[in-house]
Design a protein around this ligand. Structure first.
Ligand code: NAD
Ligand code: TDX
Length: 357
């Protein structure tokens, strides 16, 4: 029976990961520690809230007392740190929370795990701290090349710099104290429960509500898209089988320009909506508007996933066609979820970022 402390489990990837492991294992116990920021949503976990192997704790990962008390109450085996401020545009506007949560929060978790797991000179058996990181720590690529685990860190936004800082802290706990850690660096995720500030759900929501489709710069920036469940499967493999101290890159092998993504969403929605649905005729490429570019906009990300493929037998199993169809359907079938997260504060965010921009 493994006990997991999952931080940020009410967010997009964290909630998908909790669904994945709760379905896969019935001999685990999960503690989900989440501050419930704008990005955290307990509706993402409605179906498991009464599960006896799951408990939710509302709290901040920078709160050392609270984190220590969780380690005292439960015999934690795995810490999987998803909690973060995760949106690049917000980090450009207001970096402070990124420094606090992403750097200080990771430090607090490392210290608490060290206090609980290090007995004299020896680490307790079977423990692991997994830091969920991102390909953005490697910076930006030109037209060719891939990020490998040996690519030097070269983060370029406050978000990616805060994630790189956290990665270095985690690495230092391995090098200095031999703490059992892994770091995973994944490419752009998409799928159910993603907050509509990120490209794919924002475009789906804007199509459905008849808004313009704001494409930054020339729309030719490239991201490598991975379906969120493929990421969850990779994290599960790394936490259970990854070599201690190692970094694993995780990529979808699916590079697309942003403009291609937007057009794919338009087509997927038009295919799925019936002809008598009044939203359908509003969804067209005429709605695409090229807007002012993101500051310091990274041009291209591409991941070399050879290491995780060879060492752990992982590969992305969901084709982009399948993944995007499933995702678009999910947003159509969960319009209440979308309505709830796009009311109130979201409207102010949208106005500030897109209307007053
Ligand atoms: P998200 O923004 O959807 O969710 C973040 C979660 O963390 C939310 O539930 C939020 O309430 C919680 N949180 C924020 N600050 C907290 C704090 N101080 N204490 C406790 N909880 C806090 O993010 P996501 O897209 O699910 O990303 C999860 C992790 O994966 C992040 O660490 C991110 O850097 C990393 N990552 C994301 C992607 C991607 O494409 N989304 C790709 C690679 C890596
Ligand atoms: O309205 C938009 N228009 C647009 O052209 C938005 C929101 C984005 N974009 C562009 C910017 C990027 O080139 O689309 C691309 C993807 O943007 P985001 O969805 O904001 O993702 P990105 O900046 O690539 O970062 C994501 O992937 C790595 C996640 O948000 C990070 O948490 C993760 O670490």
């Amino acid at each position: 029976m493994k006990t997991y402390l999952i931080t940020g489990g009410a967010g997009f990837i964290g909630s998908n990961f909790i669904h994945y492991i709760m379905k896969k294992y019935d001999d685990i116990f999960v503690i989900n520690l989440d501050k419930l920021t704008y990005a955290g949503n307990l509706n993402n976990l409605k179906d498991i809230e009464d599960n006896k192997n799951y408990v939710f704790v509302k709290g901040d990962i920078t709160d050392g007392k609270l984190v220590d008390s969780i380690f005292q109450k439960y015999d934690i085996d795995y810490v999987i740190n998803f909690a973060a401020e995760s949106h690049v545009d917000r980090s450009i506007e207001n970096p402070m929370e990124f420094i606090r949560t992403n750097i200080e929060g990771t430090f607090v978790l490392l210290e608490a795990a060290k206090k609980a797991w290090l007995k004299g000179e020896k680490w307790e058996e079977g423990k692991k701290f997994l830091q969920v990181s991102t390909d953005e720590v490697y910076g930006s690529l030109g037209e060719t090349g891939y990020f490998s685990e040996f690519t030097p860190l070269d983060p370029r936004s406050p978000y990616s710099s805060s994630k790189a800082s956290a990665d270095l802290l985690v690495k230092s706990y391995f090098e200095t104290y031999q703490m059992p850690i892994n770091i995973t660096r994944c490419s752009n995720n998409y799928g159910p429960y993603q907050f509509p500030e990120k490209l794919i759900p924002l475009m789906i929501n804007n199509c459905l509500s008849g808004k313009d489709l704001p494409v930054y710069g020339d729309g030719r920036n490239i991201r490598d898209w991975i379906y969120v469940e493929d990421h969850a499967r990779a994290i599960d493999l790394v936490v259970n089988k990854g070599q201690i101290g190692q970094v694993y890159n995780i990529g979808g092998g699916n590079e697309r320009t942003n403009i291609d993504i937007v057009k794919t969403i338009i087509n997927a929605l038009r295919d799925l909506l019936s002809d008598d649905d009044i939203r359908k005729e509003r969804i067209s490429e005429d709605k695409i508007k090229y807007v002012k570019d993101r500051k310091g906009h990274d041009r291209r990300y591409a991941i070399d996933s050879t290491k995780i493929k060879n060492e752990l037998g992982w590969r992305a199993m969901t084709s982009f066609g399948e993944g995007i169809e499933f995702t678009v359907k999910w947003y159509l079938e969960n319009s209440q979820w979308l309505d709830e997260v796009t009311s109130g504060a979201y409207e102010d965010y949208y106005k500030k970022m897109y209307i007053d921009r």
